[in-house]
Design a protein around this ligand. Structure first.
Ligand code: ADP
Ligand code: ASP
Ligand code: MG
Length: 437
């Protein structure tokens, strides 16, 4: 059994939905298909929530009406039988009426999450109705009935496993199972989500609990490219990656994968294949427990990074200094991405400035603090085991004419990270492609 996840662009129009239906109905029975919302929908739902937070109900209504016109058009293009049209009408009407009802109530983060959930509920309903019209026996696995997170935000794997198995046992003769990506319930039973881009994570969690043969992430590009195709021309797909390499790339900005998606697959040793919905025969990228091959695979960039330099007169002699530094970040639940140390100080990077002012205030009680905003981490990823000579010199040399704020290497065998100003990001990515590939 395989888990196949199709992203927003893959189901972004009536024609795309038909194409995906065609791909999934030609497969062996029993695969689980995870769908994102149609592209643009989650952004529109975020916008609606934003109007409601600002108490601008007409703004929200206008935006919702425009979204409804789009869905009516999709419905008109997708179906040809009265039965499928009326089934789709019921589902779409349920979502749109529900959002309108939420607009009338007091608006909090709970209502926002309910609104955000409607995108995946609608895309899966449309797919289900279309498959029904095509005579394919598909069964819906409602994510809100099995996908749950614990109080710390991590997926409750035992609960998910037992609920999902039960839902599948109740309908064990399906040609294909359809389910919503991204949405879940939290530890209190409320509707919640796995953060933006979280449908990849849904697929990986399902793959892990079902011990799938493979997790396939179908998207709008032919696999993980060796650099960010949004900024660099002439990038090429990487045929294979180790789980750790893929995790580094996802965390450090390769948008094709949600940062949390690799872990469940890695722990259960399930290969993840990245495939292109528009070119289904392209080989894509396979992520697995691959043997070391001593090559640099790809480069990625993580935006919105802040570098904080924390200086003490006698750092190494003053034992306990680093402990105090880390304790401060822990207290404000702010995670640190990169670290560089010297005798007199340490620089760390964070990607969340929510508590920055409090953190700085507290650090200043025992050190001198300097902050650089608007930085990016450029990350070179591959099998960079330290006995292999030359990788780090190639990476650093490629940026010879770009100011580098910080370098980190040796934390794992898989990455060299460098912090540069965000205005230098595109140049840095291009230089690295020219030098490394
Ligand atoms: P989906 O909606 O299917 O989840 P995403 O937009 O989340 O798709 O991810 C696919 C996009 O990721 C690609 O269109 C591409 O622009 C972007 N991307 C960023 N870095 C990479 C990379 N290294 N390789 C491939 N795609 C990348
Ligand atoms: N629809 C959600 C988003 O746009 C989840 C996903 O597409 O993975 O973030
Ligand atoms: Mg995505």
């Amino acid at each position: 059994m395989k888990v196949l996840k199709f992203g927003g662009t893959s189901v972004g129009s009536a024609e795309r939905i038909k194409h995906v239906a065609d791909l999934i109905s030609k497969r062996g029975a029993g695969d689980i298909v995870v769908l994102s919302a149609m592209s643009g929908t989650t952004n529109t739902l975020v916008e609606i929530a934003d109007y409601l937070y600002k108490k601008n109900v007409p703004g929200a209504q206008e935006t919702l009406n425009a979204l409804e016109v789009k869905y009516n058009d999709v419905r008109a293009r997708l179906f040809s039988t009265a039965e499928a049209i009326s089934a789709a009408d019921v589902a779409l009407d349920r979502s749109f009426s529900y959002i309108r009802k939420l607009m009338a109530s007091e608006f909090t983060v709970d209502e926002e999450k309910e609104i955000l959930a409607q995108g995946e509920l609608m895309s899966t309903a449309l797919m289900q109705c279309y498959l029904m019209e095509q005579g394919v026996h598909s069964v819906m696995l409602p994510a809100l009935e099995y996908m749950r997170t614990e109080a710390n935000g991590a997926p409750d794997m035992r609960y998910i496993s037992s609920r999902l198995q039960r839902l599948i046992e109740m309908e064990d003769k399906a040609d294909v199972y359809i389910t919503q990506g991204y949405i879940c319930r939290n530890a209190y039973g409320e509707v919640d989500n796995l953060r933006r881009g979280g449908s990849d994570y849904t697929a990986s969690i399902i793959g892990a609990v079902m011990e799938a043969d493979e997790i396939q992430i179908w998207t709008d590009i032919d696999g993980m490219h060796n650099n960010d195709p949004r900024y660099v021309d002439g990038t090429a797909p990487v045929s294979a990656l180790h789980f750790e390499e893929a995790a580094e790339l996802a965390y450090f900005g390769a948008k094709i994968l949600h940062p949390s998606c690799v872990l469940p697959a890695k722990l259960h040793n399930i290969p993840v294949r990245l495939l292109n919905t528009m070119q289904p025969n392209a080989p894509g990228t396979v992520i697995y427990n691959m043997p070391p091959d001593g090559t640099i695979k790809a480069v990625a960039a993580k935006d919105n990074v802040t570098a904080i330099k924390i200086k003490s007169g006698r750092m190494l002699l003053a034992y306990g200094f680093l402990h105090k530094v880390f304790e401060t970040f822990e207290k404000y639940k702010t995670s640190i991405d990169m670290i560089a140390t010297s005798e007199v100080g340490v620089t760390v990077t964070i990607d969340d400035e929510t508590h920055l002012a409090d953190i700085i205030d507290e650090l200043k009680t025992f050190s001198t603090v300097t902050v650089d905003h608007d930085m990016v981490i450029i990350c070179v990823v591959g099998d960079l085991e330290w006995h292999n000579c030359g990788f780090e010199s190639q990476a650093v040399a490629a940026l010879h004419d770009i100011p580098v704020r910080m370098i980190s290497y040796g934390g794992s065998n898989y990455n060299i990270s460098m912090v540069v100003r965000s205005c230098d990001k595109v140049a840095a990515l291009k230089r690295l492609s020219e030098a490394l590939f």
